[in-house]
Design a protein around this ligand. Structure first.
Ligand code: SF4
Length: 386
């Protein structure tokens, strides 16, 4: 996906879905729900010259409400949900290693999932079956949330705002329609598209007040926030895996060795007497090196996070572009800062997540959770395989 933005000849045009969203907003039958991904809050204000500390998620919520979105929610909420499912999957694998191939790979980055399926298909079996946070959100919006609202889920039009171009292909994967048969997410917008919508609506970003996300899909922990930075998914997963194994909370910073912008990081941690060897890679060149080393038997891990963009989603291909400037680091620092001051920093402590499990899903990896929140990574083919 990223190559489109970096096409040197400009011959490839980026897909623009803003008209589909404006049409949905104008349709009185539709309930238009939007979710905002973690990394979006680090960068949406850049083209307007809005200082980073002013370009908060809460000011973007106000802008989106001004455009007519009915409910504005936080993908950080469903990142917490992803952690509950993916962390439980990891713990299950560790408890019952018979027949399991290690490492388990994260699956929240569709750029990486596509790369794995196309270039290193022998690892497809080892991808977590957990859907990405954006897709989990869509499946919950058109099931649990439709029930809470008491509306036909077919009326819900689900938009996601992502730092990402690969997400546009992800929402089109035909098997990701588990809630009601319609696509779980209808449209994936990049931050560049949303910034264009803000301009088109003549919204003055400098005079926006702050508005909180709607509830209950707007409550998140620091663990959900750091999904947007390299190492964040790993760290969030380990904070909850530790709890799932020991029944106790670790220090929220116990796994901070996986932070930082190095393209390929390694660490090992002791969890209840078991040593867990992990690695984190960002950028597909680094991913390729790591996979080749795994294949050659030069390294071995239990759990690996891979994000296609250098620095993770804070370096995402759908964020504003500033020629020659690499901003993944400063943007990622915004997320680590939000985590540091968050009241709750572990996904399993999120009261909205606890409520979804109590009232709807039962438990992580339950039958309903499997149906809505997991996918078979072999169930769809890359376009050129079709
Ligand atoms: Fe998308 Fe890049 Fe984030 Fe992957 S790392 S989800 S390709 S923005």
């Amino acid at each position: 996906g990223q190559c489109i933005t970096h096409c040197p000849t400009g011959a490839l045009r980026e897909r623009d879905d803003t008209d589909r969203v404006f049409d949905a907003l104008a349709d009185p039958e539709k309930i238009v729900v939007v979710q905002v991904a973690p990394a979006v809050r680090t960068a949406w204000g850049e083209p307007f010259g809005l200082p980073r500390e002013k370009a908060t998620a809460q000011r973007l919520v106000t802008a989106l409400k001004g455009m007519g979105f009915d409910y504005v929610f936080d993908t950080d909420f469903s990142a917490d949900l992803t952690i509950m499912e993916e962390g439980s999957e990891l713990v299950e694998h560790l408890k019952h290693p018979e027949g399991v191939k290690f490492p388990m790979f994260t699956s929240c980055c569709p750029g990486w999932v596509r790369y794995c399926k196309a270039r290193h298909p022998r690892f497809t079996d080892q991808l977590s079956t957990s859907k990405s946070p954006g897709q989990m959100f869509g499946a919950i919006a058109k099931s649990y949330y439709a029930e809470l609202l008491g509306v036909d889920p077919h009326r819900i039009f689900c938009v996601e705002i992502m730092p990402c171009l690969a997400k546009k292909a992800e929402v089109d994967i035909p098997v990701l329609n588990d809630a009601c048969g319609d696509p779980d997410v209808d449209v994936s917008l990049t931050v560049r598209e949303v910034d264009r919508m803000i301009r088109a609506e003549h919204i003055d970003v400098f005079s926006l007040a702050e508005t909180d996300f709607d509830q209950p899909l707007g409550t998140a922990t620091g663990a959900g926030v750091i999904f947007g930075a390299t190492g964040g998914v790993m760290e969030a997963a380990l904070r909850s895996a530790y709890y799932l194994v020991t029944g106790e909370n670790c220090d929220a910073d116990a796994f901070k060795d996986v932070r930082g912008l190095d393209g390929w990081k390694e660490a090992s941690f002791d969890i209840a007497g078991t040593t867990l060897r992990v690695a984190v890679a960002s950028g597909l060149g680094n991913a390729n090196r790591l996979l080749n080393a795994l294949e050659a038997g030069e390294v071995s891990y239990d759990f690996v996070e891979i994000m296609a963009c250098p620095g993770g989603c804070s370096g995402g291909g759908g964020l504003p572009i500033h020629d020659g400037e690499e901003l993944a680091g400063v943007r990622g620092d915004v997320l680590w800062g939000l985590d540091r001051v968050a009241k709750l920093r572990r996904s399993h402590e999120n009261p909205a997540i606890q409520a979804v499990y109590r009232d709807y899903l039962g438990a992580p990896l339950s039958e309903r959770a499997e149906e809505l929140l997991h996918t078979n990574q072999h169930a769809w083919k890359m376009p050129r395989e079709a």
